[in-house]
Design a protein around this ligand. Structure first.
Ligand code: FPP
Length: 264
């Protein structure tokens, strides 16, 4: 079980069974509203432990559960994680099948608890390559949690940012060709709302675990002004404490969005 948050005001302290306790001292206005995570390194973690890649993914799923709760406890509004990319189908069939099964059992095992904690789950990415049964499961989970008031948890499955942008462009072009919208109406807000993350604020903090320094086709439009945080930690070892460190680091950065600091 996950423990509840304690502390008040702008200083929060969370004590969790699975991780060392940590403290987060960030005032509300400096908190990231939307955090994106590339959960990389399950395979390297497994290798370092002499375990199978599957064991690495299973451990990664346990980490994900802890991090959703930690982010929610910390007051993050939106958490979007990269679970499976449009390019991951290139992996050996055995690994792909294992991952798909793991997503399915994650939904089955964790849904009730997430729902009870007011998590609002949403899937981003192309669904049509999944089985009918899994597509139905995704839709049922979203419907069940649609009115929840807690953290908005986006799970990217068969997701690629370029694919998402092209799907949005095509649907806008079709509407324009049908005379439903005028080209002048297509501004940044309009386009953002045609993406799978419609309604979410842009990504403030983009985290990638396991040492590689790239974006890997994840949330390219949404991360236009995101602050980047790279860590050597493999995803299965990523803790709430490190999430707090990333947030603390974010809060200390100067975000100018192309402008100047107030004193400049
Ligand atoms: C990257 O590690 C991870 C993935 C491609 C899959 C992400 C999946 C999880 C974190 C499992 C849990 C997710 C859910 C939704 C239950 P990698 O295999 O590329 O690691 P490597 O680069 O070290 O080989």
């Amino acid at each position: 079980m996950w423990r509840k948050i304690f502390g008040s005001g702008n200083k929060t302290s969370v004590d969790r069974e699975e991780t060392v306790p940590f403290e987060l001292t960030v005032d509300r206005a400096s908190m990231p509203r939307h955090i994106a995570i590339v959960m990389d390194g399950n395979g390297r973690w497994a290798k370092s432990q002499g375990k199978s890649r599957s064991a690495g993914h299973e451990e990664g799923a346990r980490t994900l559960k802890r991090i959703v709760r930690a982010a929610s406890d910390m007051g993050v509004e939106v958490l979007t994680v990269y679970a499976f990319s449009t390019e991951n189908w290139k992996r050996p069939k055995l690994e792909v099948d294992f991952l798909l099964k793991l997503f399915d059992s994650f939904l089955e095992k964790e849904l009730a608890e997430m729902h009870a904690e007011q998590v609002r789950l949403h899937f981003i990415g192309r669904r049509d390559r999944f089985t009918e049964r899994f597509q139905q499961r995704m839709a049922d989970a979203e419907q069940l949690m649609a009115q929840n008031t807690g953290i908005h948890f986006n799970l990217a499955a068969n997701y690629g940012s370029q694919d998402e942008i092209l799907r949005a462009v095509r649907s806008i072009a079709e509407r324009a060709a049908a005379g439903e919208i005028a080209p002048e109406e297509i501004d940044e807000e309009f386009f953002s709302n045609a993406l799978d993350t419609a309604g979410d604020p842009p990504v403030d903090l983009f985290i990638r675990t396991s040492g590689d320094l790239r974006l890997s086709n994840f949330l390219l439009w949404q991360s236009a002004y995101a602050e980047l945080y790279f860590t050597e930690t493999h995803w299965p070892d990523f803790t709430a404490e490190e999430l707090a460190r990333a947030i603390q680091d974010f809060a200390g950065r100067s975000r100018r969005f192309g402008g100047l600091d107030a004193e400049e």
